[in-house]
Design a binder for this molecule. Sequence first.
Ligand SMILES: [Zn+2]
Length: 683
Amino acid sequence: MTTHDLRHPHGAGHDEVSLLDWLHTVADQHLPEALHDVAVPVAWVGRTSTDDAQDPTLSLPRQLDNARKALPPGFVIVAKFYDVESGRTMVEHRGTGHAHEQFDIPIPRDGSIADLLAEARRPDRRFVAVVCESIERIARVTYFSTKIEYELEQAGVALLAADEGIDVTAIPSLNDGSAPFRRATPTLTRRVKQAIAEWYVLNMLELSWGGLKAHTGQGYNIGKPPYGYAAERLRHPVKAKAHEGKTKHRLVPDPIRGPVVTQIFLWRAVHRLGYDEIATRLNLDPDRYPPPDPILGEGRRRVGAWTGSSIREILDNPKHTGYMVWNRRKRGHRARGVKGRVNPPTAWVWSARPTHESLVTREVFTAASTIGRFRQGSRAGSESNPHPRTRRTYLLRSYVRCDLCGHRANGETTKGHTYYRCSPNPKNHGHLPWFPGHPRAAMVAEEQLTEPLARFFTERIFGLGRRHYLAAVTADIQQTARSASAARQAELTAAIGELARRQENLIKELERLEPSGDPDVDDAWRRGIQARFAATVTELRQKRQLLAEVERTARATTPAEVGLLDQLPQGSIDLRRLPDDQQREIYDAFHLELRYNSVRRDLTIRVTLAADTAQIVAAAVASTPAGPQRTKEQRPGACAPNPNPVRDVCGAPNASLREPVLRVAGDPLPGCLARSRGTGGVR
Ligand SMILES: [Zn+2]
C-alpha cells in the first residue's frame, strides 16, 4: 500500500498536495539554506536472521537501499542500526548478540535495536522516525514487533516500513494534529503482514519437523553416530542436494566398538553391574574396549577412559536397538527463552521398523537402560533375576530423596545391609550453594527408614487416630498461612494509608504555591508536583490490587479434605507384612516421598492422598493372591495373625469406595506430613 496522498503539513482545509510538491515549493523559495530546515531525519533499522540461509553482507545493504528508495524527498537517514539475529529472539535479548562482527558488512553501525530504542527515548535523539524494509525485519513474532512499535510510539517516534509506503502524517512531529498519527487501514495492513510473517516461520518449523520425522523413519542418522556404530555415507536422495555434495548417513556396526556395546548391556541387564563397575572392567583393557570420544564442549571433555556416565549414556541410547530414534532431547535456546531438556520417552520418535543392525535386543535394552525413571513410581514389576549375581530390588528405590540437595538417593548393599546413598558429583554440582554442606556420601540404612515408615502408615493412615493427626497437621499449616497473610494485609494497608497521606501533602503544596514571578519556574514547579502526584496514583492502584489479591487468596484457601481418609481401610495394619512389590504399589498410590536429612538426622515422610488413592490401594491388595508373606521383618504383636490384613479390611462393606469427595482444580490434596527423629546412619 502506498500513501503518497499527503496533507499539507501546515493548515487544514488546503487542497491535498503531495509532500513532494510542497517540499519542492519550499526548496525553490529558500534555496539553498532552507533545505537544511526541511530535511526530516530518520533512523534505519535492519535485521538478518541467523536462521535464514541469507548473506548479511548482501541482505543488509539491500534492506538499507529499499528503505532509502521509499523515503520521500527531504528525508535523510541519519543513523543506522542493525543486528544479525533471529526474528524470534525475545525482546529483552534483542541486540545483545555479536553475530554481526563475524561478517564484513559495509554499513557503519550506530548500534543494535536495543540502542535504537534507548536513543528513541532520549530528548536529544537524532531522528523523528524509524524506517525498515518491511515489518518482519523488526521481529517475526507479532508480539515482539508490536511491542517495539509501541515503545517507539510512546517515545513519539513513528515506525515506518518501506513496503507499506511512507505516510508522513504517521510521524508525530510532522503531524499538525489535523489527523490521528495512526490510521486504521495502514495499521490493519501491518498487522496482517505481521501475522503472515509469524505464520511463515511457524509453518517452516512444522515442515522441517515433519521432514525430520520422515528422515528418522527412513533410518537416517542425525548428529554423531552413537558409540558402537560408524556412519555410512550415502548419496543424498534429492538430486539437487546430492549435487551440492550433501549426503545422508546410515548406521553400520563398528567391528571393534559394536561388540563392546553388547557386552555393556549384558553386564548391566544380566549381571546387574553398576555403571562404575562396568567402567572399571572396560578400563582394564583399552585396546579391546576403546573408550568413547565425547562430543566436546558444554562441560564435556575428553577423559580418555570409561566413566560411569559414559556407560549410562550408552545404556540410555535407544539407537542401539536397531531402531532410529529422534527427539530425545530438546535443544535449549536462551535468546528465545527456550530451556533445553531431556524429553520423556513418550515424546521420542521411533522408526516403524529396524533401520540398522542392532547391538542389543529391545528387551535387554529395556532391562538395562534407566529410561524407566521417567515413569511414575518405579520400574514396572520387580521380578527377581535368576542370575546368582542379581542385585536385589530395593524396597524404597525412587522414594528416598536427600533433603540436603533434593536428589534421589540410590540403593546399595554393603556387607548384607541395604543403604540409600546420595553422593553428588562435584563436577556437576560443585558450584551450587548446598554443595559445601553436603557430605561426600549422605547415607541412611534401610531399617532407619522402614521402621518410621511402617509406624507412619499404621498410625496416621490406617490407625484409629488418623483424623486427629491429619487435622492437627493441617490446622498447623493453615495457622501459619493465615498469620502470614494477615501480616501482608496489614503491611499493604499501612502502605496505602501512607500513599494517601502523601497525596494530600502534594495537593496542599500545590495550593500553597506562591507565584515566583517567573512563569517558567512556576510551571516547572507545578509540573513537578503533578508528576509526583501521578506516581503516587499508580503506586496506590498497584497496592490496592495487591491487597485485593491477598484477601482473595486468603478467602480461597480451602482446608484439607480430612474426609478423604475415610475411604481408606482402617485397622491394625503393618505394611511390612506384605511382599515388596505389593508394598511398592501402595507406596506409589500414596506418592510416597521420604526426605532424609543426614546432617540433622531427621526424616520427613510425605504422602499425597488423591481422589483415586483408595481405589489403587484396594486394587493393589485385591490383585495379590494370599500367598506366603514376608515374615522376616514381622514383629510380634504388630498385627493380629491374618494372611492378608489389608485385603480383609478393604473388603469390609463399611469401607466400600465412594466417588471422590473433593478435588481442588485437579490437584491431589495435601496429605499427612510427619517428622520423626532418625537415629543416624551417616557415614
Ligand atoms: Zn544429596
